[in-house]
Design a protein around this ligand. Sequence first.
Ligand SMILES: *Cc1c(COP(=O)(O)O)cnc(C)c1O
Length: 413
Amino acid sequence: MKAPAFRPRPAPGLGFQAIGAEEEALVLDVLRRKEPFRYYGADPAHPPGMTAQLEQEFRAYIGTDYALAVTSGSAALEVAMAACGIGPGDEVIVTAWSWIACFTSIVRVGARPVLAEIDESFNLDPKEIARLATPRTRAVMVIHYQGVPAAMEPIELEAHRRGLYVIEDCAQSLGSRYRGRQIGTWSDIATYSFQYNKVATSGEGGMVVTRDQRLYERAVRMSDLGSYRPVHAAQVPSREPAFVGGQFRMSELSAAVALAQLRKVDKIRDHCRALQARIVPRIQGLKGLRLRPVADPTGDFGFEIYLLLDRHEHVAPFREKLDARNVNCGARTGTYPQYNRDYVKTGLAHAPGLSPFRDFKDWPAPGYRPEDFPRTEDITKRFLALPLGWRYTAEDADHIADSVIAVHREVIG
Ligand SMILES: *Cc1c(COP(=O)(O)O)cnc(C)c1O
């Protein structure tokens, strides 16, 4: 009988792999109190407190002033956009390489996404702001892609010099840092997700953070049908008029799971960074292959290692050979080039009058076609992503490094 050649494939995953007794205890607490709704419950003497506790610990963890729990990371983006008052006639700069919701949240509030190139960090190239800004630009949305902080200092300087809001989408990178400070503190308003694939999860869920009292009140109103309840007014007295909002309130059950998960984020990060540190030094100097440059390597969460091959025709054989060695390895992780997605190709919103693209004579217009993004196309055709996870061991990490070295010899030589 043929012996298995390689160690078994490790189970991928971050927060969901760490779900255990802590999550169970907090969920049971909500159920036993019969209080699944955040604002009131069965016992008028003891208002529910799980979502409020999550917000309090979240803002302490990030080191910011205000945190608002919502139903998803996508909802968080819409709430952030609305808090900034962005709408029809406005433009928002966002990387072409980003998650669906980055684009759709802008369209959903009636504004127009203006797509920017990434650089080899896979994050926004700060120089794109100067190239793309117009008198209609209101904001720059920065995505911290897969645990790696974007270069927030040049981005923030460039955007704020022009009077633009900076919105950080931290959905993939809770717990990552830039220059010693948590991401999410480098912008006017920032968003997070607790969806299943994220660093910490409650299945679905999201968070909005800000230091700005006006943005906080407007975010609350957007998330709660325009209301601003006493629990929020106790943090920031109301100064803003009511407006028509959506309904994006987090449930106490989601908050219970998210709270237990939040308390594990540093442990998950330390684990991932230790795995990464076993691999990176061994594969760093290989010819014909580079690692994703990181604006601040000390702030990388460490859950994914990116190889950038010099030649795109090496990518498929490299991936196939790694896969054959039971190394988890992706060519598309967490995002896509927006211009290749159906909702961009059609240019439609749910009703014709709402589409910010309705006045373009030809569609897709320049700025929404693959040929308009030569750098993004080039970079995203040359990479391999090696995920690390909570269940990976040091031996798994060593096997990844051994395999990259062996496959490199076979494919690149
Ligand atoms: C996951 C994700 C979102 C959306 O989060 P959901 O909770 O799934 O709605 C937004 N932006 C980025 C970059 C993401 O990865």
